[in-house]
Design a protein around this ligand. Structure first.
Ligand SMILES: *Cc1c(COP(=O)(O)O)cnc(C)c1O
Length: 459
């Protein structure tokens, strides 16, 4: 046991992973080896055990968060951390995270203040709401709103909106957790405002309207406008809550305003339509860190803020610092500083030039490449109906799955898409500053597949 742990071949991983963790790996490996021997297999050589432990330890070292080049064309890729942060956000984190900060202190008066009060004020102004409350994510925002306003009472939802967003967020389950009772109305494809009206009783606390986000009902489909729903809610004295998800705020970058996204509701348009509360994510189209916001009527937001559950769901200080940076960019009208908006706004011609430069960089590799039109997506469980036009490098070289696997296992890891027997690397989601690293990774992966190496294997 000690001989394996102290083997010179393991010096580097011992230093980086710690002797304790290496010992755990060795113990497990030796137990496996013993079991195999008892089952009648040939004894495993000392060197083989050491080599195996090294492979496992190195995999562990790689297993933490690492940068990934996103060549999938999916802008808000949930597995890749959704929205990358603007520089202004990173600067705010660097400035405040390693020292004490005025998180809950008014430095002028020396009096304790509410966490996030300035950001909440700024966001209220940005979206045109009386007030905004920030929480840990949008799931928390919806849970808090329903729990505070409707626990023990009824919430009316259309059957066409009882959706699962992904990552375990299911409207009926969140509703059940909030302590409210779900009253389903209408059908999967058609719900009318009368359906809501007929289901309204003195037990009703809320009408909940959910953005279906990641799926779309087409054909014989109908649902009332948010404004009609809000009118009904206000006539009958119940609160209208909109779970918007995506978090488009009022200020649309020109490129978005001219695209299909322009038809998407924004936080501001939902408030104008009469929603009392609008819940949205900060790390989707808003372009910030993981977080959720509840924007709307002052008395309601205040009630949510005073709920003990709000304390358990509050936004952390790093996310708050990051949100300040994003808000600052919106205020200055500098949406191109917000990475998700910059990526979305890149003209197709520019993407084509980049892909042609990738092809040129690969010209000596003698692999077949093409510059093709591709269809990206917003992703992150948002806006199923808004495909994003893009340009991709199409590579046909050996087995595309093996090449994709090699790229994923590289450093930096590169994620592409295998479509119809070819590897597609979409330029829209690759930052221009990553082009050189992408080319190096690609050349290496091509060389490795030529050498016939299996991913994870030894040379
Ligand atoms: C994304 C989304 C959620 C979940 O938001 P998180 O910030 O991931 O918790 C909830 N509702 C809708 C409509 C969404 O699009």
């Amino acid at each position: 046991m000690d001989r394996v742990v102290d083997a010179p071949e393991l010096t580097a991983v011992r230093q980086r992973l710690g002797k304790k963790a290496v010992t755990v790996l060795v113990r497990r490996e030796l137990a496996d080896a013993r079991r195999l021997m008892l089952a009648g297999e040939a004894p495993i050589a000392f060197g083989a055990v050491v080599a195996r432990v090294r492979v496992l330890a190195e995999a562990r070292l790689r297993a933490g968060l690492q940068p990934v080049i996103n060549a999938t064309g999916v802008l808000l890729h949930t597995n890749l951390g959704r929205a990358p942060l603007p520089q202004a956000s990173i600067a705010r984190i660097v400035e405040t995270a390693g020292v004490y900060s005025s998180l809950e202190l008014d430095v002028e008066t020396g009096v304790r203040t509410r966490r996030g009060v300035q950001v909440e004020l700024g966001l209220s102004e940005l979206v045109g709401a009386d007030d905004v409350l920030l929480v840990n994510n949008n799931a928390a925002a919806v849970l808090l709103a329903l729990s505070s306003l409707a626990a023990g009472r009824e919430v009316i939802v259309s059957r066409g909106e009882l959706v699962e967003i992904g990552g375990g967020f299911r409207i009926p389950e969140v509703l059940a957790r909030s302590g409210a009772r779900l009253v389903e109305v209408g059908t999967t494809n058609r719900t009318r405002v009368e359906d809501y009206a007929n289901a309204l009783t003195e037990r009703t606390a809320c009408l909940l309207r959910v953005h279906p986000s990641n799926f779309k009902i087409t054909g014989f489909a109908q649902r009332p406008s948010l404004a009609e729903l809000a009118r009904l809610g206000h006539e009958r004295g119940v609160v209208v809550v909109k779970d918007l998800g995506g978090g488009l705020v009022s200020e649309l970058p020109a490129a978005i305003a001219a695209s299909d996204l322009a038809r998407e509701p924004s936080v501001t348009s939902c408030l104008r339509a009469g929603a009392d509360l609008v819940c949205f994510s900060l790390d989707k189209l808003f372009g910030g860190p993981q977080g959720g916001a509840i924007a709307g009527r002052g008395d309601l937001v205040g009630k949510l803020r005073d709920d003990p559950l709000a304390r358990a769901l509050r936004l952390d200080k790093l996310a708050l610092a990051a949100t300040e940076g994003v808000l600052d960019a919106y205020r200055r009208g500098a949406t191109t500083e917000i990475p998700i908006h910059a990526l979305l706004a890149t003209p197709l011609a520019e993407l084509r030039v980049r892909v042609e430069s990738w092809r040129a960089a690969l010209s000596e590799q003698s692999v077949a490449t093409e510059c093709v039109e591709s269809e990206g997506a917003i992703g992150g469980g948002t806006l199923a109906e808004a495909p994003v036009a893009s340009v991709a490098l199409r590579l046909t070289h050996g087995n595309p799955d093996v090449l994709a696997e090699r790229l994923r296992a590289g450093s930096p890891a590169v994620l592409g898409r295998v479509v119809e027997g070819a590897l597609l690397l979409d330029a829209r989601t690759v930052f221009p500053g990553q082009d050189a690293a992408l080319m190096r990774a690609l050349q290496l992966a091509i060389d490795e597949t030529r050498a016939g190496l299996e991913p994870g294997g030894e040379p």
